[in-house]
Ligand binder design. Structure first.
Ligand SMILES: [Zn+2]
Length: 266
């Protein structure tokens, strides 16, 4: 949601924000713009994964009748829940830059509160690259990405050939120059059309297995406590290293790290 046109602060990003209700509508319209363009290019089935915050942002009644919506969490495949080998392509809508990028509106990696870096085989990855790696496991390419300029560039650097829709230009963590909602949707439709047209040529973002996963925390204790688990190594004071067989396993490990608390209920 951080990469939706007009989003610049937490006021648009969650239930306490004074503009959240309006931006849920705008977010839904951006998903719809992607669906419209994919449909025009021949797509016939659509699954949308609501993947921000509480995973309950998109307005189900405003999606087309034939769209299925993945809602709620936590879930082992995170933003990519629902993916399998039956998909022809993935579109990322509303993406933000990663925590290691000095530019980018609300730039973070998976958890702005807790993580300072996520690496796959030594390469720092954005959420987009991570999700592209997971899609590649199932043989599915990423067709298009929308977000601010920093987010789109970052994804395109690692995931070659993805069509980009830049909807705003960051001035800082909480500031950007943004397209109007109408032009934002036009930019998304255009990128999805381009991605659909060349979907057979887009290379998969394959992560070589076994995968060395490194997670860097902002705090000290998560790294300490996780390193007590067999197979988890303390990379340094704030980071752990863990080797997984493939991206689904990496995804489950990350979902565990981000969600486990001893007092989980029910
Ligand atoms: Zn995020």
């Amino acid at each position: 949601m951080e990469g939706i046109g007009g989003v610049v602060t937490g006021e648009q990003l969650g239930p306490p924000g004074f503009e959240y209700a309006r931006f849920r509508e705008l977010m839904t319209e951006e998903a719809n713009a992607a669906i419209t363009a994919a449909r025009e290019a021949g797509a016939t089935e659509f699954v949308v994964a609501d993947s921000h915050g509480n995973f309950q942002n998109l307005l189900p009644e405003k999606l087309p009748a034939d769209v299925q919506l993945v809602r709620g969490g936590p879930r082992p495949h995170g933003m990519m829940e629902g993916i399998d080998g039956s998909f022809e392509g993935v579109v990322f809508v509303g993406y933000h830059a990663s925590t290691t990028n000095p530019a980018g509106v609300r730039a973070h990696s998976f958890s702005s509160a807790n993580l300072a870096d996520v690496r796959l085989n030594g390469t720092s990855v954005t959420e987009g690259a991570w999700n592209a790696g997971l899609a590649a496991h199932y043989g599915v390419p990423i067709l298009a990405v929308s977000g601010d300029e920093a987010a789109v560039k970052e994804v395109q650097t690692l995931v070659k050939g993805v069509a980009g829709a830049v909807v705003k230009w960051p001035y800082g963590f909480h500031s950007a120059r943004t397209l109007s909602p109408e032009k934002t949707r036009a930019a998304i439709r255009d990128a999805v059309s381009r991605g659909m047209a060349r979907r057979k040529e887009i290379a998969l973002y394959r992560v070589a297995a076994p995968i060395r996963l490194e997670i860097r925390f902002k705090s000290y204790r998560p790294a300490e406590v996780l390193s007590w688990l067999p197979g988890v190594e303390r990379a340094d004071a704030h980071a752990v290293r863990y080797t997984v067989r493939d991206m689904p396993e990496a995804s489950r490990f990350l979902a565990f790290v981000l969600n486990y608390q001893a007092d989980l209920q029910p």
